[in-house]
Structures are given as C-alpha cells and as structure tokens.
Design a protein around this ligand. Structure first.
Ligand code: MG
Length: 433
C-alpha cells in the first residue's frame, strides 16, 4: 500500500493517519535501526501519534530519544547522532492533518527506496517483537533546540535590523525569535506561542495568510518580516514596505548570494523564469516538485543551493533538510547590508498565476492523462512532474498535488498570463466532469 507522498506520510487525523498505522511504522523503523530520535510539531494529534511510533520502535528493540516539541530542521539536525530521525508533523497543512516524516543522519529525508522498504514491510507484516529484556530504551533530551541554534549562530554574522516574525503558532516559536535576538536584531514576535489549533492563521505562509505580518511590518517600521509554516522548515518574507516577497523572488535572491558563477542551482519545474534570468552564469536544474527531490538533486549534482518557491530553502553547507530558521538568519544577514525591497527591484518580473482545482485522488491520473493529450500539441512538453508546456511567450504546468486532493496549475508569461491560466483550468475542469 502506498503510504508515503512527496512529503512523507500525511493525512487527516484518525481517518488517514491513525495510531494503528503509526505503530506499524514504528515497528518497521525499529526493526531496521538500533537508535532513533523523535520530535513533534504542536499539532493536537502529534503527541498521540508520537506515543504509538515510540511503542512500535522500542518493541522492535530500537532505542528512542525524545526531543519534544521542535521544528523539523531541529529534528533533522538532531538525527546526525542516530540511526534515523522521526518527525511527527503535517508541515503547512491545516490543523486536522497529522503526518510522519523520516530522516537520515545527513539531514536528507528518506528517499523513495527507503520509503518503499517501510511500505513493503508493513504490507507483509514483517515485524519483530523483541524479548522483554531487550526492548529499546526511551530517553529524553532537552538540548536539541540549543544545539541547533548554536550551529546556526556559528554560521551567521551579527546583525542589528528590526524584524517582525510570525511563527503562526507553529514550532518556529521554539527557536527563531531566540536565534535572531542572539544575532543582535530587534525582534517583534507574532503568534510565537505554540498552539495546535493554529488559531492565528492557516499554517501555510502565503501572501493571503500573512496579512497580519504585512500590517505589523508597516506599523513597526521594521526592516523585514519573517514567517514560518507549522514545522518551520519553510520560511517566507515580507519586505520593508510590508509587501510579500514571492517564493520565486526569494529563490532568486538567495541564489544570487549562494551561487557563484559556474555553480549549480536546483529548483522544481514550477519555478519562474526569473530564476534563470537572474543567474545567467549558473546552471539551473529542474526537478519534480517536493523538497526531497530538490535535496536529492543538490546532493547528486553538488549544487551550491536549491529551493522551492513554496518556502523551502536548502543550503547544502548547513544541511540537506530545508531549514527555515537558518534561512531566516541568512536573510537577516543579507538585509543588514541591502534592503529587501531594493533587491527585489533588481529582479526581472513576469506575471505568474498559481491556483488549484479540487480533484478526487482517485480521478487524478485519468484527468492528467487527458490533460496531457490536450497540451502536447501546444509546445515543448516535459512530464518530469505533471505536464509542463513551454511556449514562446511563457509556460504552463498542470500537476496533481502530492499531499491534497487537488490539481495545481501554474502559468507564467511575458504577457497574457490570465488567458494562459484560464485555458489550462478550462481543460482540467472539462475532464473532471
Ligand atoms: Mg513544513
């Protein structure tokens, strides 16, 4: 049975992701590892799922260290001393979701092969229940956040700007305000109290959800606004004018600092043409959508930097795990010398339109086949992930979401982006009937 999507196991609590499933995942992980570290985001169901995972792992003889409520990058960093890391999180999804994501000691999420091994062990019921006197030990460690903060602080210079940070009641509240204050910034926090109901805003840090941050940056006359998703592997920003910085702009700005001429940048197929235009002296490799595919390609091609416009930035000298806290600290370093609004104005601009059409998971592949047949005659087609058609004036990408019952449409064009988007949307809706 397929359990893992592009971001691990994720679904609605007690419907898709249950304690029975978590116990089996724990048993499968525990059979293959002598030790594991486990953390969780503040979701209401996270601790319940954590307990089931722990029971499975120790029952199979694996020692488990608990590091409590942490961000995903904190857990990924802590994994360096263990056989693997286990994070209970549903990232940016709404409060009713919960999920499980597995990590290797080098900060790389489990790849498709490792995930398939777990799936087939679960399908075959290939579990071991060890003798009573050899079951794994459960220990607790409260130093993980401090160790992760120290690592980041060793890698950034002091800064003294005024920053507003919106943690969205997610796990970022445990670490990012502290790190930025230690750098020397004046930090104003919004929603830094963790709360699994996410009462302040939807955990996804997009333009529409960050109205409070944009307002606060203007009212406090801050130099920068920072926002995280629920588990703070993502980071998005608001410039000194209180304007949301798009993911494509953010990717291009980071890449300009990280990619020296001749180096490689990795980005998914839905990334804007501005990235290619902003980095004429770098090679740009495009991958399937999903931060794990970007991370794998960064490792394979020894790239200097990579990221996803959704807010995942991967700095391979720090980790293969997207680290929203390090990204925030790195952006503060950049903004200390250059206003973000000015950096944005240096970038080319092409209108982009992104949207989704609701589509039952069962129908996705049938709809995609039909959409592909319709789009092929229109231009150069790439099907590395969904269907991307490049035309003279721009491109359009239609792809099924890996985590939600939706089909995503992205269009970018020098002119006529709305028409291009609507054309694609019309085709998708036609085949949904
Ligand atoms: Mg996340």
């Amino acid at each position: 049975m397929k359990l893992f999507g592009s971001s691990g196991i994720r679904g609605i609590t007690n419907r898709d992701v249950t304690v029975d499933l978590a116990l089996k995942v724990g048993l499968a992980v525990g059979r293959k590892n002598k030790s594991a570290v486990i953390g969780r985001d503040p979701r209401v169901a996270a601790e319940m799922i954590e307990h089931a995972l722990i029971s499975g792992m120790v029952s199979a003889g694996c020692d488990v260290e608990r590091i409590g409520l942490v961000t995903t990058p904190t857990l990924a960093y802590a994994s360096r001393d263990f056989g693997c890391g286990v994070m209970v999180t549903a990232s940016h999804n709404p409060a009713e979701y919960v999920g499980i994501k597995l990590w290797n000691p080098d900060g790389m999420a489990f790849d498709s092969l490792q995930q398939e091994e777990i799936e087939s062990d679960i399908d075959a019921g290939k579990f071991i229940h060890i003798d009573w006197d050899r079951i794994g030990k459960i220990t607790e460690d409260s130093n993980a956040v401090r160790e992760h903060s120290d690592m980041i602080l060793r890698n950034v210079k002091p800064a003294s700007i005024r920053v507003v940070i919106d943690c969205g009641c997610g796990a970022g509240g445990t670490i990012t305000p502290y790190v930025l204050r230690e750098m020397g910034c004046e930090v104003i926090t919004l929603n830094a109290q963790t709360d699994g109901h996410f009462p302040s805003r939807n955990p996804e840090p997009n333009d529409a959800n960050l109205w409070m941050l944009k307002k606060a940056v203007r009212e406090f006359e801050a130099d920068l606004g920072i926002a995280h998703d629920g588990d703070a592997d993502r980071m998005m920003a608001v410039d000194e004018n209180g304007d949301f910085v798009s993911g494509d702009e953010m990717l291009a700005i980071f890449a300009r600092y990280e990619c020296k001429p001749g180096t490689t940048l990795v980005a998914p197929v839905d990334t804007s043409m501005i990235v290619d235009d902003a980095l004429p002296d770098s090679r740009v490799i495009r991958t399937r959508v999903g931060d794990v595919y970007v991370a794998e390609e960064i490792k394979r091609s020894s790239a200097a930097f990579g990221g996803e416009p959704s807010g995942s930035w991967i700095f391979p000298r720090i980790s293969y795990c997207p680290d929203g806290i390090y990204a925030a600290a790195r952006l503060v370093e950049i903004v200390q010398d250059n206003a973000l609004g000015v950096l944005r104005r240096e970038l080319p601009k092409y209108p982009t339109k992104r949207g989704t059409v609701v589509c039952d998971d069962m129908k996705k592949s049938r709809v995609m086949d039909a959409v592909k047949s319709r789009l092929v005659p229109l231009g150069t087609v790439s099907d590395i992930d969904g269907v991307r058609v490049g035309m003279e004036n721009g491109w359009v990408l239609v792809r099924p979401s890996g985590t939600e019952p939706k089909i995503r449409i992205t269009a970018e064009a020098r002119e006529g982006v709305d028409e291009l988007y609507m054309m694609a949307e019309k085709i998708v809706k036609e085949f949904l009937q």
